[in-house]
Ligand binder design. Structure first.
Ligand code: HMG
Ligand code: MG
Length: 295
């Protein structure tokens, strides 16, 4: 049976958008639960400006508090050298730089043009490579941008090429606001595959319109074998109005198993993890008082 990796991003992409300040201990409990589920990689923190994403301000404490399971890489987002240094100190096994294919989202999310953001990522990439820390890249808004509308596939391919040239071993393609359709995802992949082989690409599909599983299917047909997902379908992006959560990990695992793919995930562990994530989200819905985001 062929293997597909599900890359768990719930503790980062999922929780970053919750309104209630989630206690560090709750984040640690969720990650410890996920560590028994069979993932190879879990994205657990973001070393970004706490003024921009207050929910992720406790990344160092989260990474210090988790019980690391052997064989799992614990990953973190790093927007600049300051973030990289904090991530390295927290012993992140993989760091991710994150660019956008659209100018509108780049400005909203990073306060920089695409070109400026790439200039800022270059020293982060160099530092990661020098430290022997695995370097992942993200491209947001691979089909649609909440500010600029439809995004041309060529713009995505250009950013993928820039991230590849900086040394990213893998680039994750973000349908940030879940507006991608199988046709638009397929057209985007046709362009991106001119720059990077499918074995080095990941699909990162939010599920706003309920089409993420179909988008995974067209990506599988194009040869992709890594998909990002969030436990319990948590999340969204604070700088992408209307973004829903990532496609839910359990739904992806079941969908893939139904097609005969091996994911290595133990659903007996995932089910309680999904319940825990949903309880954290309900806690936010009931007790939240809004975080102070820029938009
Ligand atoms: P800026 O305001 O232009 O930069 O933000 P700055 O350098 O002027 O920094 C502002 C303040 O933040 C300063 O503090 C810095 O020291 C501090 P002050 O001097 O005012 O007291 N600061 C930091 N503190 C801690 N760690 C850091 C850090 N950097 C600066 N690393 C910046 C520019 C890039 C920092 C900001 O825009 C930012 O942090 N953006 C991140 C936003 C974010 O995290 N978005 C969500 C993640 S992306 C996503 O979800 C998409 C993805 O899932 C894929 C998809 O779905 O498409 C990956
Ligand atoms: Mg995302």
């Amino acid at each position: 049976m062929e293997t597909v990796e599900i890359y768990e991003v719930g503790p980062r992409d999922g929780l970053q958008n919750e309104k209630r300040p989630i206690p560090t201990a709750e984040k640690i409990a969720l990650i410890d639960c996920l560590s028994g589920a069979g993932f190879r990689r879990i994205e657990v923190a973001s070393f970004v400006s706490p003024k921009w994403v207050p929910q992720m301000a406790d990344g160092a404490a989260v990474m210090a508090g988790i019980r690391r399971a052997p064989g799992i890489a614990y990953a973190a987002l790093t927007p600049n050298l300051k973030g990289f240094e904090a991530a390295a100190l927290a012993r992140a096994d993989e760091v991710a730089i994150f660019a956008s294919a659209s100018e509108g989202f780049s400005r909203a999310n990073l306060n920089a043009t695409i070109a400026e953001s790439l200039d800022r990522f270059a020293p982060v990439a160099a530092a990661a490579l020098a430290h022997g820390i695995a370097l992942r890249g993200y491209v947001s808004c691979v089909t649609d941008c909440p500010y600029d509308g439809p995004v041309p596939p060529g713009s995505v391919a250009r950013v993928v090429a820039a991230l590849r040239d900086m040394g990213c071993h893998e680039v994750s393609l973000g349908d940030t606001i879940g507006q991608g359709r199988p046709e638009t995802i397929d057209a985007m992949l046709a362009a991106v595959l001119q720059e990077m082989p499918p074995a080095r690409l990941a699909g990162h599909y939010h599920d706003t319109n309920g089409r993420a599983l179909e988008n995974i299917d067209v990506s599988l047909a194009r040869g992709l074998r890594v998909f990002d997902a969030a436990v319990g379908g948590l999340g969204g992006c604070p700088y992408a109005p209307g973004a829903a959560g990532n496609v839910a990990t359990g739904a992806v695992a079941r969908h893939l198993a139904g097609q005969g793919w091996q994911t290595g995930l133990d659903l007996a562990v995932m089910d309680p993890a999904e319940a825990l994530a949903q309880a954290m989200r309900r806690g936010s819905a009931e007790g939240g008082h809004g975080s102070d985001n820029h938009d």
